[in-house]
Ligand binder design. Sequence first.
Ligand code: COA
Length: 324
Amino acid sequence: MKLSFIELDARARAFALLDGGTGGELCGPFDRIESPWLEPQGVVPQSDDGVVVVRGKLDGRSAVVIGIEQAFQGGGIGEVSGVKIATALSLAARDSRAGVPTAAVLLLETGGVRLQEANLGLATVAEVCSALLELRALQPVVGVIAGMLGCFGGMSIAAGLCTELIMTREGRLGLDGPQVIESEAGVAEFDASDHTMIWSIDGGTQRTRTGLADVLVADDVAAIRSAVIEAVWTTLPAASPPRCDGATASPCSANSARPFSSKPHRATSWPEPPRPPTPVPVSSPSPTPASPTRRPSRGACFDRDQSGRSTRLRSERLETPSLA
Ligand code: COA
């Protein structure tokens, strides 16, 4: 029977993706690490700051699933929630380097930087992107935008950096959210209440067709889990051992210290524009027409050296020994 993934909250989504009984939450609500910036602004904080980190096994391999809770502040990323994500990704990279290859799955339902935390949120989104790039060089980082909120703002950049991006028809992806476009450009330009129009532009079907997302999947727990497992296995380092099928012995603990080059990132270059017809020379030779200018690669700005990244508020609670 079909079981809706969208109807689950972030915690239930994270546990649903992992192999039954293998998940353990890190830095959970009882650790009470909440944002110090919300209460002074009259917003009730949440004791997990809207991010759920669950470590476990995915099809027998070590994995960490990081879920953003859309019901808390529109999934906005603040200082604490951003550091939880960045630290979880960094620890997965650390474990991968130490011989426990650990893939990551990001469940992206977020309005981007949490407006109440402004620059602190911006800084942590940068740290998330940096940590994602660090792990992506070692192990797959799979993004899932299931819906209904979608993935916007700075976190849409993180979505674009994932080795594989999975969406449902109900998911949405965009740099500027509908509310922001409407308030900047006016309702005539973009009506944030016109859901049909928004989904026809930002929705999973459109985003998959145009190559901004890789896989379109139905809103079903089993279908999304299969798509995530498939995405992890198809983007694994070439040096990785064969997948576990019960009888095969422990590939999950094998050391994949050799960095892998993930497949070319989507949308790193624009298609070559059509060449204008070459003018037929009349009598005297004319100068060669200038070749069409190629638009710059959209991915290029992310290809920078990631050394020296700082994490200001690194939670000790996340520094739990590997569960793998
Ligand atoms: N920070 C804090 N709160 C946010 C938020 C953010 N970045 N994005 C959304 N929210 C809040 C909304 O204020 C709203 O709160 P409320 O329920 O207390 O009114 C709640 O999340 C749900 O948002 P809403 O707009 O009602 O839902 P929606 O499904 O119609 O649209 C978005 C969701 C995310 C598409 C829309 O809010 C949006 O366009 N946000 C801006 C996204 C963006 O461009 N961010 C750039 C910042 S980097």
